[in-house]
Design a protein around this ligand. Sequence first.
Ligand code: 5GP
Ligand code: ZN
Length: 118
Amino acid sequence: MSDSCIFCKIVKGEIPSKKVYEDDQLIAFHDISPLAPVHILIIPKHHVVSMQDVSDADSEWLGRMMALVPRIASENGCEPGPDGGFRIVVNSGAHGGQEVHHLHLHILGGPRPWTPKA
Ligand code: 5GP
Ligand code: ZN
C-alpha cells in the first residue's frame, strides 16, 4: 500500500468508486473519465507501480487479471464476437503515458467511434 496512491485509496474504500468486481487479489471499477462507452479498470489490490515492476513471481495474479478481462467486459456491456469486442491497454511509465502510478489494465469497448487511448 502507498499512502499517497489514489488507487490504493480506492482499494481501501477511502475514495469512492463504481466497483464491478472484487476478490482477494484484484478489483475492477469504472474509469472516472470514460474514453469509450465501456471503460473499466482492473487493478491488483497490492501496490505495484507499473508493468516495469512485474516478474515471474507475479504470474499468478497477473494471469488472473488477464483471464478476468472477457468476463468483466461482457458483464459490463462489451458485445461478444467479431462485431463486438474491446481493447485492452496497460500504460507503463512516462513513455507509456501512465498517469496513475499503480498498475491498471484499461478495458475499452462499445460501438466506435470512440477516443482510442494510445
Ligand atoms: P493511465 O493514463 O495512468 O493509464 O490511466 C489512469 C486512468 O485512471 C485514467 O483513465 C483516469 O481517468 C483514471 N482515474 C484517475 N483518477 C481516478 C479516480 O479517482 N477514480 C477512477 N475511477 N478513475 C480514475
Ligand atoms: Zn497504489
